[in-house]
Design a protein around this ligand. Structure first.
Ligand SMILES: [Mn+2]
Length: 315
């Protein structure tokens, strides 16, 4: 006999994000999670294709009660999980071509938390959102890397070119783009591409030692200002965090953000008009003690609960 009251976590058969049921059970749920298990554009350490399953598993520790800041939890029927989408496995362009229509179909029905995958998945997601909202998006981009390279080591596109490509294609408004945690090597013109075109970059160096809501107010206020009344997309490369907090990633860069810094920002931005969020570049084969997957699950959970708390509906 099955005792539902004993149903805690660690169901190794499926177990969606926060133990959400599969989408086939609640097709009209306002919020959904979908995995994009692709890492074919990784430049250094591979493994982000295993990110979605690791983030889901880590999330099961917080599936049984309310978020401590937002005082909410997904109610039955509010959150579903599509598991990982069916996508081509070896061609970046074919993966993207297959992802755009799937993403558009999901965006029309739910507010999405996407689990990557390497960061090349964000460009097709932005194509889908741009088509859905009918205007260039405001963008908040957490990352150690600027992702504004104009080529990918001799190839036209990869996981470090998508910001440049999205701007060129008119998917995002650079003046309403905010990058946070940037610190990797790169040519100055590439690293400061967004700032040179009217956007704002808060480098990891600029944010050293700033953790409280008041200390981070310049970041909080800036994003509130540029996103006001505008569809805003959030993309979070887990390598924005210092490798001490997120060792399991493809291109780690020491000198990064703390979990507390990112949590403080996400908590403060519960009321930003988000259209969706992705969590990228969690690479479980390089993780230790599930630190990275656990951090990613908390950040995704916090964003999601911020949306639940303000009663966000699908736009
Ligand atoms: Mn990165």
């Amino acid at each position: 006999m099955v005792h539902d009251s004993f149903a805690y976590a660690f169901d190794s058969r499926f177990g969606g994000f926060l133990n959400a049921p599969h989408a086939s059970l609640h097709p009209v749920a306002p919020f959904a999670v979908a995995g994009i298990a692709w890492d074919g554009a990784t430049t250094h350490r591979p493994g982000a294709r295993h990110g979605p399953s690791a983030i889901r598993q880590a999330s099961h520790m917080r599936c049984d009660a309310e978020h401590p800041h937002f005082n909410v939890a997904p109610a039955a029927g509010q959150l579903v999980d599509y598991s990982d989408l069916r996508l081509p496995n070896t061609s970046l362009e074919r993966m993207r071509a297959a992802l755009v229509p799937q993403a558009q179909a999901l965006i029309a029905r739910h507010r999405l938390l996407w689990l990557g995958g390497d960061h090349s998945i964000t460009l097709p997601l932005l194509h889908a959102y741009r088509a859905h909202v009918g205007e260039p998006l405001a963008l908040v981009h957490f990352d150690a890397h600027c992702d504004t390279w104009q080529d990918h080591f001799g190839e036209p596109s990869g996981h470090g070119t998508w910001v440049y490509e999205a701007a060129e294609a008119g998917l995002i408004d650079l003046a309403a783009t905010t990058q946070i945690g940037i610190r990797s090597a790169g040519e100055r013109a590439t690293r400061e591409y967004v700032a040179d075109r009217g956007g704002r970059i808060f480098t990891a160096r600029e944010l050293r030692g700033l953790e409280s809501e008041s200390a981070l107010d310049p970041v909080i206020a800036h994003v509130r200002e540029v996103s006001r009344g505008r569809p805003t997309y959030l993309t979070l490369d887990i390598d924005c965090l210092d490798p001490a907090f997120a060792p399991g990633t493809g291109t780690p860069e020491p000198g990064g953000l703390t979990v507390n810094q990112v949590l403080t920002l996400l908590e403060a931005w519960g009321d930003v008009p988000w259209v969706g969020m992705d969590l990228c570049e969690v690479s479980p084969p390089f993780d230790h003690a599930e630190l990275t997957a656990n951090a990613a699950s908390v950040l995704g959970w916090t964003w999601l609960c911020g949306q639940l708390a303000r009663g966000a509906s699908v736009r």
